[in-house]
Design a protein around this ligand. Structure first.
Ligand SMILES: Cc1cc2nc3c(=O)[nH]c(=O)nc-3n(C[C@H](O)[C@H](O)[C@H](O)COP(=O)(O)O)c2cc1C
Length: 330
């Protein structure tokens, strides 16, 4: 028997809610109508300076879409997804029909569904220890299954170069009023009761100087905010990886978001967390340099570090009721 609207909506909305999003903007809304779910982008939450084309907004929506697909399966349905179904309605990201129960022998992804609320962004150094080759194979396969690629940056020179480009982009953004104002808008001060944005409890009060150094975003803006954390004895950068796609249009960005979330949930299941450094990908010239020199002409969508980490305090979310707006029209 199929679940009805009233009992499926909170499960679907909560799954979408826990997806990662740039600056925790949570730029999505969902509406559920019987067995059809609509995922909509909320462009009022797009970063107009760092993300004028909405690339990071759509990566975030893609991550939410992947969670919706897992939630549909959890509810006993095969999700039937139509991506960007209507060119006249660009905010309409996907229509997902709750289809028939999965066929006997279909993959059981309840393991990934359970990781949705456990996954958190890591900011800082990792515990020592290489990631097992089997885990690297799993996360690469995860990206591939969503029509993206996760390139593990094994070459030391390339790791140093990406770290240096991250540092350069971070410094340029700090000096550019538009970026600084945008970070200020999405990084509330301590004690704020906002249910979005990056709060000081979720970032360290100083960037761990890993070698090579991958600086964090300037969420504290010189105010000394951020959680005090003991630096480990060794400041481990972790495994550097670049998520890429062959094309660079809106559908590719949604694939990148779904791939990102599949990668992150597979990693979480194995006790591995991810830190993101997307500053260099927000500067057109630097992104192009990374694409042509380090990504074999594939389009870099996310720059991340993976490694074993202690669980950090979770970030805030808008209440489920605020996401499941039946009334939002694309
Ligand atoms: C497209 C995208 C870009 C991101 N860029 C960064 C980044 O540069 N630095 C960072 O610390 N976190 C980055 N994040 C992580 C978000 O800040 C994080 O998902 C959000 O604050 C919610 O926290 P959570 O992932 O712990 O649930 C990014 C996430 C996405 C989806």
């Amino acid at each position: 028997m199929h679940a009805t609207r009233t009992d499926t909506t909170p499960i679907l909305a909560e799954a979408a809610m826990w997806a990662p999003s740039v600056h925790n903007t949570q730029p999505w809304r969902i509406s559920v109508d019987h067995e059809e779910i609509r995922l909509l982008a909320d462009s009022d939450r797009r970063l107009s300076t760092a993300d004028p084309d909405g690339r990071e907004m759509l990566i975030s929506c893609g991550a939410a879409l992947f969670n919706l697909r897992l939630a549909a399966r959890h509810l006993g349905h095969t999700p039937e997804v139509r991506l960007l179904p209507d060119h006249q309605r660009p905010a309409l990201i996907a229509e997902i029909r709750l289809g028939a129960p999965p066929a006997a022998g279909a993959e059981d992804d309840s393991r990934l569904y359970e990781q949705i609320p456990r996954r958190h962004t890591h900011r800082g150094a990792f515990r020592p220890g290489p990631l097992p080759a089997s885990l690297l194979a799993t996360v690469r396969d995860a990206a591939y299954r969503e029509s993206a690629a996760l390139g593990i940056v094994a070459d030391e020179g390339a790791r140093v170069t990406l770290g240096a480009l991250t540092e350069a982009a971070e410094q340029l953004q700090r000096r550019t009023p538009g970026y600084a104002a945008e970070t200020a808008r999405w990084a509330p001060s301590p004690g704020s009761t906002r249910a979005d944005g990056v709060h000081p409890s979720t970032y360290p009060n100083r960037s761990a100087r890993t070698e090579p150094f991958y600086p964090g975003r300037d969420y504290a803006r010189g105010q000394g905010w951020g959680a005090r954390r003991e630096d480990p004895d060794e400041l481990i950068t972790g495994t550097v990886a670049v998520l890429t796609t062959r094309g660079d249009d809106r559908a590719d960005w949604l694939c990148a978001g779904q791939a990102l979330q599949r990668v992150l949930l597979e990693a979480t299941a194995k006790g591995v967390a991810a830190a993101f450094h997307t500053q260099p990908l927000e500067l057109t010239e630097v992104r192009e340099l990374i694409r042509t020199r380090l990504c074999d002409l594939a389009y870099p969508q996310m720059l991340l570090r993976l490694g074993p980490a202690d669980v950090e305090p979770g970030s805030v979310r808008l209440p489920v009721e605020a996401l499941s707006l039946g009334g939002l029209r694309p």
